[in-house]
Write a protein that binds this ligand. Sequence first.
Ligand SMILES: [Zn+2]
Length: 99
Amino acid sequence: MAERYTLGHIAFDAYNDDRGGVNFRGEKTPPWQELTPEIRGAWEASAIATGKALAGKTRPLPLYRCKECGRKWLSVLSLLAIHDGGSRCPQCGAENEGA
Ligand SMILES: [Zn+2]
């Protein structure tokens, strides 16, 4: 199955593109899949805050909420109002129903 990107993952990739793949200490950053669940969750929280700023108060964001751990995130497809039939939680990896 092709991996479904979350906005947190896209933000992380953009950070690495901009920083040349190194963190603030100059050390090579690990791939998204090797980040701890807590750090992936923090990237999702960052993406949600950006999404809220973009959407303003005009419409609700299509947030996912994990049935297992409660983490919230945005999927790219759901943000574009394309039903994607579910999304994998970036924190615990559980499959969830579509938003
Ligand atoms: Zn979860």
